[in-house]
Design a protein around this ligand. Structure first.
Ligand code: NDP
Ligand code: HSE
Length: 434
């Protein structure tokens, strides 16, 4: 059979990894795909930078040369960002080409429009690499778990922040130094604030929520909190209480909508997912039939991500000539069965909390605080009161609460902060038992 022709947009970390693995494993990949997957052209901005890697592969600085090339069957978008990536993908679809992308930003923001266009044109848009790097979580959610009503999923889905948290905890290295290392290793986004502030994880959580629950992409409704304000004092106290702090992306079905949120989260240290370190990712998915399933692997980097890109290329190659009606739908649910379920505001989220407050070290303070929590029907699961340091009039109280609605926790915290014996703001972190 004649080769399928692929055009690459981008030859950076992921594009370079994709070309390298396609070349190295060409024979093995062809045996699986049923025909050769041949890269025939690539677009970059800087030709001299890409020359060595490209070898005899024709290069262009105009990505539309690739998208409009009639000889190309599949366009692989690995340039990142929203524009011109969106325009290029839409143009590729309009030209009747299949698309493979690793661009979670693009899929989370414009996925609804892109999938509708692809559906109308009868082409595939595959995006395995957009979530959790090399872990086949999209395949698992779209196909492997198709019998289940998925109740919730929670994942460490940003390698950069997990790497930062691990290195800070284990080696005591400063935040900025570890971030630089993650950038040098090719884990970080072009704008690393996307990683640090939880935006990248929210893109991925949005994509998974859509496939898990059969809802449209609703990135703009996601609650997002990153790790930049996380204090190492809280990492230490959490450890004393038997918890690890991880940046989690969470999507959970509720009766009145879905929770979609990213934030630093305390997880019991005995959970497998609490022990996922470095740039590794892990996603826990709870289905009603299968129970809990856990997916673990490298969440970023050249070849792990290339692994996911090439898996999509093989899938598209195999299904290239199939009837579009009989392909797996983009969001796992048939397009007319995607339901517009609302994403709940953070105030409606129900979870447990870690609270740290600085208080005057005198009798009756703890009683005042616990009374406020009891008035709000918030029960305490664990508590530490530190001894005041020598010469200090204030000390820390750390509490873990049972589940309550966020608005309830916020109201109680406001009352605690108003107590004259409480100094400054209460630190609030969310906690999940998973
Ligand atoms: P890089 O910055 O390493 O590579 C981007 C590539 O795209 C470069 O070759 C760049 O060319 C090229 N490029 C950018 N803009 C244009 C343009 N307008 N026209 C032509 N070429 C262009 O990014 P990554 O490989 O890290 O990321 C690519 C995508 O994969 C992103 O969407 C990212 O979110 C996603 N991703 C990345 C992962 C990772 O571990 N890095 C993991 C999973 C997903 P030049 O170098 O000449 O400027
Ligand atoms: N910047 C992303 C991360 C790349 O650190 O996880 C993988 O999507």
């Amino acid at each position: 059979m004649k080769p399928i022709h692929v055009g690459l947009l981008g030859l950076g970390t992921v594009g370079g990894g994709t070309l390298t693995v396609l070349r190295r494993n060409a024979e093995e990949i062809s045996r699986r795909a049923g025909r050769e997957i041949r890269v025939v052209r690539a677009a970059v901005r800087n030709l001299s930078k890409a020359k060595k890697l490209a070898g005899d592969l024709p290069l262009t600085t105009n990505p539309f040369d690739v998208v409009d090339d009639p000889a190309i069957d599949i366009v692989v978008e690995l340039i990142g960002g929203l524009e011109p990536a969106r325009e290029l993908v839409m143009q590729a679809i309009a030209n009747g080409k299949h698309v493979v992308t690793a661009n979670k930003h693009l899929v989370a923001k414009h996925g609804n429009e892109i999938f509708a266009a692809a559906q109308a044109k009868g082409v595939m848009v595959a995006f395995e690499a957009a979530v959790a790097g090399g872990i086949p979580i999209i395949k698992a959610l779209r196909e492997g778990l198709t019998a289940n009503r998925i109740e919730w999923l929670a994942g460490i889905i940003n390698g950069t922040t997990n790497f930062i948290l691990s290195e800070m905890r284990d080696k005591g290295l400063p935040f900025a130094e570890v971030l630089k290392e993650a950038q040098a290793l090719g884990y970080a986004e072009a704008d690393p604030t996307f990683d640090v502030e939880g935006v990248d994880a929210a893109h991925k959580a949005t994509i998974m929520s859509a496939i898990a629950f059969g809802i449209p992409m609703q990135f703009d409704k996601a609650y997002i909190e990153g790790i930049s304000k996380l204090d190492s004092v809280d990492i230490g106290y959490a450890e004393q209480l038997g918890y690890r702090i991880k940046l989690l992306g969470i999507a959970r079905r509720r009766e009145n909508g879905v929770e979609l949120r990213v934030h630093p989260t305390l997880i019991p240290e005995k959970r497998l997912i609490a022990n996922v370190e470095g740039a590794m990712n892990a996603v826990l998915v709870q289905g009603d039939a299968v129970g809990a399933t856990l997916y673990y692997g490298k969440g970023a980097g050249a070849e792990p991500t290339a692994s996911a890109v090439i898996a999509d290329l093989v899938d598209v190659t195999r299904l290239h000539t199939s009837d579009p009606e009989h392909r797996v739908p983009h969001l796992a649910f048939q397009p007319d069965q995607v339901h517009d379920v609302p994403v709940l505001p953070i105030e409606e989220v129900i979870t447990s909390y870690y609270l740290r407050m600085r208080v005057e070290d005198k009798p009756g303070v703890l009683a005042d605080i616990t009374r406020i929590l009891a008035d709000s029907s918030i029960s305490i699961e664990a508590l530490i009161q530190k001894e005041a340091a020598e010469g200090e009039a204030h000390t820390d109280i750390i509490m873990l609460t049972h589940q309550t609605a966020e608005k309830n926790a916020n109201a109680a915290i406001a009352r605690i902060e108003a107590l004259p014996v409480v100094q400054g703001k209460v630190v609030k972190l969310r906690m999940e038992t998973l």
